[in-house]
Design a protein around this ligand. Structure first.
Ligand SMILES: [Zn+2]
Length: 84
């Protein structure tokens, strides 16, 4: 069995969090709403599936320039992380 995948806890849509060094002490980023959290932050986990890994890889590829700092442009599909 493979490791579970961290997904964003902010919305129903299953969006895998992308590991990044762009944000200080926030190693995980949601490309859908902008949620960030650290290694032990609040996340949901799902079993790794081809489908979720495909979404993860697509986002990672798309966000390459943003995450490497080459670009600061990123359009979030979802307005904002919901705060509770
Ligand atoms: Zn999110």
């Amino acid at each position: 069995m493979s490791d579970p995948v961290k997904i964003c806890p902010c919305h129903q849509k299953k969006v895998p969090l992308i590991a990044t060094f762009k944000f200080i002490k926030k190693e995980f980023w949601c490309p859908h709403c902008g949620y960030t959290c650290g290694m032990f932050g609040y996340v949901r986990s799902v079993e790794a599936s081809d489908e979720i890994m495909k979404i993860h890889d697509e986002y990672k590829e798309k966000a390459k320039d943003f995450l490497s700092g080459e670009s600061n442009e990123w359009v979030y599909e979802h307005n904002k992380p919901q705060t509770k």
